[in-house]
Design a protein around this ligand. Sequence first.
Ligand SMILES: [Zn+2]
Ligand SMILES: [Zn+2]
Ligand SMILES: [Zn+2]
Length: 314
Amino acid sequence: MASRTETDEEAALEAIATLQNCSGEQKKAQEEIDTLLLDENPFANINELFPLYDTLYFRGLLLRDRVEVSWSSRLTLCAGICELLKDNAGKYRRIRVKLSEPLLKYRTREDTVNTFLHELMHAYFFVTTSFKHSREDGGHGPGFLLLANSINNHGSYFITVFHTFHDEVDSYRTHVWQCNGSCKDRPPFFGLVKRSMNRPPSKSDFWWTRHEAECGGEYTKIAEPKPTKAQIASLSAKERAGRQKNKINAWLTPAADAGPVDAGTEASRRPVRKRAADEQTELTPKRATVECPICNARVAETSINDHLDNEHSS
Ligand SMILES: [Zn+2]
Ligand SMILES: [Zn+2]
Ligand SMILES: [Zn+2]
C-alpha cells in the first residue's frame, strides 16, 4: 500500500498510473460496471457500484478505510457531499459520501453516477492525504482536475468541478418536456424533464408513480435537439451550407465572451457517458454564466461554488 501522506496531485498520479496497465481485478470491475450501466434501469445502485469503482479508480483504498456511501432525503443544497464525521476516538476521520435523493431522483442515471464519482474522488483524497486534502479551490485544485480528466477519458464520464447542476450539463439534454401540474412552480426542476434520448417521461421512470401521486400533471414536449447526421445528409446542398454557417457562428460567439479555457472547464466539456441511443446528441457551446439552482441568479460559471458557499451555506 502506498504512503498515507500524499498530496492531492501525488494521489491523483498514483491512481492514474493504475489505469495505464489495468490489473485483472480492475478489468473485472470495469466489466461489471459496464454491465450495470448497460441496462435501461434509470436507477443507479450506488451500493453495487461503490466497490467496483473503488477497485477500478481508487486503488481499493475507500473500502479499506471504511468510507460509507448513502442516499440522503434531507440534502438539498448540492447533489452530493463528502463529509467527515467523528469516529469512536472523537476525531473527524469517518468519511461519508451522501447523495441528494431530492435533487437526483428526477435526473438521469448519468447525473447520479457522475456526482457519485465526484464525491468518491474527495473521499479518495481525504484517505490518501491523511485528511489534508486541499480545501483551496473548494477541494477542486490541480490534483482533483488531473484525476477527473483521467477518469472522464477512461470511462467517458462527465465529472465536473461543480456540486450542482447547471446549463453545462443541461446543454447535453435537448429533448425537453414540461409538466403542466403543480410541480412546474417548484424548484429545482420546475416541472422540466430533459433528456439526451427521445424517451418521454413514462411508467418506466422509477419516479413516475410518485409524480402521479404528488403532482398528477401531464408532460408536453417543448424542445427538440438539432437534426441528426442522417437528417442533415438528406438536406439540400443549399440548406446544408446555411446550417454550417450558423453552427460556426454559434461556436464563435460564446467562446469570445467565455475567455480562456482552463483545466476545469476542459474537464467539464467531456461528453456524458453515452448509450447507443444517445449518439445523435450534439454538444452545444459552453456558456460563461450559469443559473444558481437555489436563487436562480445568473452567476459566472467560474464562481458558482463561491456563490453557493457565500450566499446559501447554512
Ligand atoms: Zn467537489
Ligand atoms: Zn408535475
Ligand atoms: Zn444563488
